[in-house]
Design a protein around this ligand. Structure first.
Ligand code: ATP
Length: 282
Protein backbone atom coordinates (compact mmCIF):
# COMPACT_ATOMS: atom_id res chain seq x y z
CA UNK A 1 0.00 0.00 0.00
CA UNK A 2 2.73 2.43 1.07
CA UNK A 3 4.87 1.75 -1.94
CA UNK A 4 1.94 2.51 -4.22
CA UNK A 5 0.92 5.71 -2.49
CA UNK A 6 4.28 7.23 -1.61
CA UNK A 7 5.62 8.10 1.79
CA UNK A 8 3.24 7.79 4.75
CA UNK A 9 3.00 11.15 6.45
CA UNK A 10 1.56 11.43 9.94
CA UNK A 11 -1.01 14.17 10.65
CA UNK A 12 1.53 15.76 13.06
CA UNK A 13 3.98 16.31 10.21
CA UNK A 14 1.74 18.65 8.21
CA UNK A 15 0.37 22.06 9.02
CA UNK A 16 -2.70 23.16 7.08
CA UNK A 17 -2.76 26.81 6.04
CA UNK A 18 -5.07 28.87 3.82
CA UNK A 19 -7.45 27.33 1.31
CA UNK A 20 -6.23 27.70 -2.27
CA UNK A 21 -8.71 25.63 -4.22
CA UNK A 22 -11.59 23.25 -4.26
CA UNK A 23 -11.39 19.70 -5.51
CA UNK A 24 -13.96 17.04 -6.21
CA UNK A 25 -13.34 15.37 -2.83
CA UNK A 26 -12.60 18.36 -0.66
CA UNK A 27 -10.63 21.60 -0.28
CA UNK A 28 -7.05 22.14 -1.36
CA UNK A 29 -4.87 24.04 1.09
CA UNK A 30 -1.44 25.56 1.15
CA UNK A 31 0.55 24.06 4.00
CA UNK A 32 3.89 23.16 5.51
CA UNK A 33 5.41 19.71 5.62
CA UNK A 34 7.67 18.90 8.62
CA UNK A 35 7.13 22.35 10.19
CA UNK A 36 9.89 23.58 12.48
CA UNK A 37 12.48 21.17 11.11
CA UNK A 38 15.34 21.58 8.65
CA UNK A 39 13.25 19.75 6.04
CA UNK A 40 10.36 22.20 6.32
CA UNK A 41 8.80 22.80 2.90
CA UNK A 42 5.75 24.59 1.51
CA UNK A 43 3.29 22.15 -0.02
CA UNK A 44 -0.20 21.84 -1.45
CA UNK A 45 -2.52 19.56 0.51
CA UNK A 46 -5.53 18.03 -1.17
CA UNK A 47 -7.98 16.95 1.50
CA UNK A 48 -10.76 14.40 1.44
CA UNK A 49 -13.96 15.35 3.27
CA UNK A 50 -14.01 13.62 6.66
CA UNK A 51 -17.48 12.16 6.00
CA UNK A 52 -16.31 10.30 2.87
CA UNK A 53 -17.01 6.57 2.74
CA UNK A 54 -14.19 4.04 2.73
CA UNK A 55 -14.81 3.60 -1.00
CA UNK A 56 -14.64 7.36 -1.52
CA UNK A 57 -11.31 7.58 0.30
CA UNK A 58 -9.87 4.77 -1.79
CA UNK A 59 -10.96 6.59 -4.98
CA UNK A 60 -9.50 9.83 -3.67
CA UNK A 61 -6.13 8.18 -3.01
CA UNK A 62 -5.98 6.73 -6.55
CA UNK A 63 -4.72 10.11 -7.71
CA UNK A 64 -1.69 9.80 -5.41
CA UNK A 65 -0.95 6.32 -6.79
CA UNK A 66 -0.91 7.82 -10.29
CA UNK A 67 1.25 10.82 -9.35
CA UNK A 68 3.75 8.53 -7.66
CA UNK A 69 4.57 6.95 -11.01
CA UNK A 70 5.88 10.15 -12.56
CA UNK A 71 9.13 11.97 -12.09
CA UNK A 72 9.29 14.91 -14.43
CA UNK A 73 10.19 18.62 -14.11
CA UNK A 74 6.81 19.60 -15.58
CA UNK A 75 4.56 17.29 -13.58
CA UNK A 76 3.50 18.18 -10.00
CA UNK A 77 5.35 15.86 -7.60
CA UNK A 78 3.85 13.79 -4.83
CA UNK A 79 5.41 14.00 -1.37
CA UNK A 80 3.16 11.40 0.21
CA UNK A 81 -0.22 10.77 1.76
CA UNK A 82 -1.76 11.16 5.17
CA UNK A 83 -4.08 8.23 5.68
CA UNK A 84 -5.46 8.37 9.18
CA UNK A 85 -8.87 7.64 10.70
CA UNK A 86 -9.84 11.29 10.89
CA UNK A 87 -7.70 12.72 8.11
CA UNK A 88 -6.99 11.63 4.55
CA UNK A 89 -4.97 13.91 2.35
CA UNK A 90 -2.50 14.04 -0.51
CA UNK A 91 0.62 16.12 0.06
CA UNK A 92 2.23 17.45 -3.10
CA UNK A 93 4.47 20.07 -4.59
CA UNK A 94 2.97 23.57 -4.33
CA UNK A 95 2.48 25.69 -7.42
CA UNK A 96 2.50 29.13 -5.73
CA UNK A 97 1.08 30.98 -8.75
CA UNK A 98 -1.97 28.71 -9.12
CA UNK A 99 -3.93 27.73 -12.22
CA UNK A 100 -2.38 28.71 -15.55
CA UNK A 101 -5.75 29.83 -16.93
CA UNK A 102 -6.29 32.34 -14.13
CA UNK A 103 -2.67 33.45 -14.33
CA UNK A 104 -2.95 34.10 -18.08
CA UNK A 105 -6.19 36.04 -17.59
CA UNK A 106 -4.69 38.24 -14.88
CA UNK A 107 -1.34 38.87 -16.60
CA UNK A 108 -2.78 39.45 -20.09
CA UNK A 109 -0.35 40.93 -22.62
CA UNK A 110 2.42 41.14 -19.99
CA UNK A 111 3.13 37.54 -20.97
CA UNK A 112 5.12 37.41 -24.21
CA UNK A 113 4.36 35.13 -27.12
CA UNK A 114 7.71 33.43 -26.50
CA UNK A 115 6.71 32.60 -22.92
CA UNK A 116 3.34 31.18 -24.10
CA UNK A 117 5.24 28.92 -26.51
CA UNK A 118 7.56 27.93 -23.67
CA UNK A 119 4.55 26.87 -21.56
CA UNK A 120 3.23 24.80 -24.47
CA UNK A 121 6.64 23.18 -24.91
CA UNK A 122 6.85 22.32 -21.20
CA UNK A 123 3.38 20.73 -21.33
CA UNK A 124 4.31 18.72 -24.44
CA UNK A 125 7.38 17.36 -22.62
CA UNK A 126 5.20 16.32 -19.67
CA UNK A 127 2.87 14.53 -22.12
CA UNK A 128 5.80 12.68 -23.73
CA UNK A 129 6.54 11.34 -20.24
CA UNK A 130 2.92 10.18 -19.76
CA UNK A 131 2.86 8.67 -23.25
CA UNK A 132 6.08 6.73 -22.53
CA UNK A 133 4.46 5.31 -19.40
CA UNK A 134 1.20 4.49 -21.23
CA UNK A 135 -0.90 6.81 -19.14
CA UNK A 136 -3.87 8.79 -20.37
CA UNK A 137 -4.61 11.97 -18.45
CA UNK A 138 -8.17 12.51 -19.78
CA UNK A 139 -8.47 16.08 -18.45
CA UNK A 140 -5.82 18.17 -20.17
CA UNK A 141 -6.95 21.79 -19.99
CA UNK A 142 -5.39 25.10 -18.95
CA UNK A 143 -7.29 24.86 -15.63
CA UNK A 144 -5.26 21.74 -14.83
CA UNK A 145 -1.89 23.31 -15.62
CA UNK A 146 -0.33 25.01 -12.59
CA UNK A 147 2.25 27.79 -12.43
CA UNK A 148 5.24 27.40 -10.10
CA UNK A 149 7.28 30.41 -11.25
CA UNK A 150 6.52 32.88 -14.07
CA UNK A 151 8.72 30.74 -16.34
CA UNK A 152 7.63 27.26 -15.25
CA UNK A 153 4.32 25.41 -15.57
CA UNK A 154 3.44 21.88 -14.44
CA UNK A 155 0.73 19.41 -15.27
CA UNK A 156 -1.59 18.57 -12.35
CA UNK A 157 -4.90 16.92 -11.53
CA UNK A 158 -4.43 13.23 -12.11
CA UNK A 159 -7.89 12.50 -10.72
CA UNK A 160 -9.09 11.14 -14.07
CA UNK A 161 -5.82 9.52 -15.21
CA UNK A 162 -5.69 5.85 -16.04
CA UNK A 163 -3.00 3.41 -17.01
CA UNK A 164 -3.53 1.62 -20.29
CA UNK A 165 -2.66 -2.03 -20.67
CA UNK A 166 -0.72 -2.45 -23.92
CA UNK A 167 -2.69 -0.82 -26.68
CA UNK A 168 -5.87 -0.95 -24.71
CA UNK A 169 -8.11 2.01 -24.20
CA UNK A 170 -10.05 3.16 -21.22
CA UNK A 171 -13.83 3.35 -21.35
CA UNK A 172 -15.15 5.88 -18.88
CA UNK A 173 -18.13 4.76 -16.87
CA UNK A 174 -19.99 7.94 -16.05
CA UNK A 175 -19.61 11.35 -14.48
CA UNK A 176 -19.23 14.93 -15.60
CA UNK A 177 -16.94 15.23 -18.57
CA UNK A 178 -15.22 18.28 -20.10
CA UNK A 179 -17.02 18.00 -23.49
CA UNK A 180 -15.51 21.15 -25.07
CA UNK A 181 -11.99 19.76 -24.61
CA UNK A 182 -12.81 16.20 -25.65
CA UNK A 183 -12.05 14.23 -28.79
CA UNK A 184 -15.13 13.11 -30.79
CA UNK A 185 -14.56 9.40 -29.98
CA UNK A 186 -14.43 10.30 -26.27
CA UNK A 187 -17.73 12.18 -26.54
CA UNK A 188 -19.44 9.56 -28.70
CA UNK A 189 -18.06 6.33 -27.27
CA UNK A 190 -16.32 7.37 -24.05
CA UNK A 191 -13.15 6.09 -25.66
CA UNK A 192 -10.00 7.56 -24.09
CA UNK A 193 -6.53 6.87 -25.46
CA UNK A 194 -3.18 8.61 -25.77
CA UNK A 195 -4.55 10.01 -29.03
CA UNK A 196 -7.62 11.50 -27.33
CA UNK A 197 -5.15 13.19 -24.94
CA UNK A 198 -3.50 14.60 -28.08
CA UNK A 199 -6.80 16.21 -29.12
CA UNK A 200 -7.20 17.73 -25.64
CA UNK A 201 -3.63 18.96 -25.71
CA UNK A 202 -4.49 20.86 -28.91
CA UNK A 203 -7.39 22.57 -27.11
CA UNK A 204 -5.11 23.37 -24.17
CA UNK A 205 -2.58 24.97 -26.60
CA UNK A 206 -5.43 27.06 -27.99
CA UNK A 207 -6.39 28.25 -24.48
CA UNK A 208 -2.76 29.17 -23.79
CA UNK A 209 -2.37 31.13 -27.07
CA UNK A 210 -5.74 32.81 -26.27
CA UNK A 211 -4.29 33.82 -22.87
CA UNK A 212 -6.89 31.97 -20.81
CA UNK A 213 -10.04 32.22 -22.95
CA UNK A 214 -12.13 29.03 -22.72
CA UNK A 215 -12.96 27.12 -25.93
CA UNK A 216 -16.44 27.40 -27.51
CA UNK A 217 -17.74 30.07 -25.10
CA UNK A 218 -21.48 30.57 -25.38
CA UNK A 219 -22.00 27.36 -27.35
CA UNK A 220 -23.89 24.44 -25.84
CA UNK A 221 -22.11 21.09 -25.42
CA UNK A 222 -24.36 19.28 -27.91
CA UNK A 223 -23.81 22.04 -30.48
CA UNK A 224 -20.06 21.64 -30.06
CA UNK A 225 -20.19 17.98 -31.05
CA UNK A 226 -22.33 18.79 -34.13
CA UNK A 227 -19.83 21.46 -35.20
CA UNK A 228 -16.91 19.04 -34.74
CA UNK A 229 -18.74 16.37 -36.77
CA UNK A 230 -19.20 18.96 -39.54
CA UNK A 231 -15.47 19.66 -39.57
CA UNK A 232 -15.54 22.97 -37.74
CA UNK A 233 -12.59 23.68 -35.43
CA UNK A 234 -11.40 26.39 -33.03
CA UNK A 235 -10.23 29.56 -34.84
CA UNK A 236 -6.65 30.81 -35.18
CA UNK A 237 -5.65 32.76 -32.06
CA UNK A 238 -3.75 36.04 -32.60
CA UNK A 239 0.07 35.75 -32.53
CA UNK A 240 0.08 31.99 -33.19
CA UNK A 241 2.91 30.90 -35.51
CA UNK A 242 1.52 29.08 -38.58
CA UNK A 243 3.37 25.78 -37.91
CA UNK A 244 1.92 25.71 -34.40
CA UNK A 245 -1.66 26.25 -35.63
CA UNK A 246 -1.14 23.58 -38.24
CA UNK A 247 0.06 21.23 -35.47
CA UNK A 248 -3.03 22.07 -33.37
CA UNK A 249 -5.24 21.22 -36.35
CA UNK A 250 -3.46 17.88 -36.76
CA UNK A 251 -4.22 17.21 -33.08
CA UNK A 252 -7.87 17.81 -34.05
CA UNK A 253 -7.95 15.23 -36.85
CA UNK A 254 -11.30 13.46 -36.63
CA UNK A 255 -9.63 10.06 -37.03
CA UNK A 256 -7.43 9.42 -33.97
CA UNK A 257 -4.82 7.56 -36.04
CA UNK A 258 -4.22 10.72 -38.10
CA UNK A 259 -3.15 12.66 -35.00
CA UNK A 260 0.53 13.06 -34.13
CA UNK A 261 2.15 11.37 -31.13
CA UNK A 262 3.43 13.52 -28.28
CA UNK A 263 7.05 12.79 -29.19
CA UNK A 264 6.41 14.43 -32.59
CA UNK A 265 4.40 17.25 -31.02
CA UNK A 266 7.25 17.99 -28.61
CA UNK A 267 9.78 18.09 -31.45
CA UNK A 268 7.59 20.40 -33.57
CA UNK A 269 6.93 22.77 -30.66
CA UNK A 270 10.68 22.84 -29.90
CA UNK A 271 11.32 23.90 -33.54
CA UNK A 272 8.62 26.59 -33.40
CA UNK A 273 10.09 27.92 -30.15
CA UNK A 274 13.62 27.98 -31.57
CA UNK A 275 12.45 29.76 -34.72
CA UNK A 276 10.58 32.40 -32.70
CA UNK A 277 13.62 32.94 -30.46
CA UNK A 278 15.74 33.59 -33.54
CA UNK A 279 13.17 35.98 -35.03
CA UNK A 280 13.05 37.82 -31.71
CA UNK A 281 16.81 38.24 -31.54
CA UNK A 282 17.08 39.75 -35.05
P1 ATP B 1 -11.72 19.09 -10.47
O1 ATP B 1 -11.97 17.66 -10.78
O2 ATP B 1 -12.95 19.91 -10.21
O3 ATP B 1 -10.76 19.74 -11.40
P2 ATP B 1 -9.96 18.10 -8.49
O4 ATP B 1 -10.53 17.33 -7.36
O5 ATP B 1 -9.35 17.33 -9.58
O6 ATP B 1 -11.03 19.11 -9.04
P3 ATP B 1 -7.73 19.86 -8.64
O7 ATP B 1 -8.23 20.47 -9.91
O8 ATP B 1 -6.53 19.01 -8.70
O9 ATP B 1 -8.92 19.09 -7.90
O10 ATP B 1 -7.48 20.98 -7.56
C1 ATP B 1 -8.43 21.99 -7.33
C2 ATP B 1 -7.75 23.35 -7.33
O11 ATP B 1 -6.82 23.47 -6.25
C3 ATP B 1 -6.91 23.60 -8.57
O12 ATP B 1 -7.68 24.08 -9.62
C4 ATP B 1 -5.90 24.62 -8.08
O13 ATP B 1 -6.46 25.91 -8.08
C5 ATP B 1 -5.67 24.17 -6.65
N1 ATP B 1 -4.49 23.28 -6.59
C6 ATP B 1 -4.48 21.94 -6.71
N2 ATP B 1 -3.24 21.44 -6.61
C7 ATP B 1 -2.43 22.49 -6.42
C8 ATP B 1 -0.99 22.63 -6.25
N3 ATP B 1 -0.18 21.56 -6.26
N4 ATP B 1 -0.49 23.86 -6.10
C9 ATP B 1 -1.31 24.94 -6.11
N5 ATP B 1 -2.66 24.88 -6.26
C10 ATP B 1 -3.21 23.67 -6.41
Amino acid sequence: DRQVLGRAISPREVMLEERIGEGQFGDVHKGTLYPGTRDEVSVAIKTCKPDASHEGRVKFLEEAAVMKKFDHPHIIKLFGVVSHERQTCIVMELAPLGQLRRYLLSEGSRISKLLLLQYIHQMSSAMVHLEAKSYVHRDIAARNVLVTTPEVVKLADFGLSRGLQDGNYYVASRGKLPIKWMAPESINFRRFTGLSDVWMFGVCCWEIMMRGVKPFVGIKNDEVISKIELGERLPLPADTPAPLFSLMNRCWSYEPEKRPYFRDIEATVADVLEEERQLESL
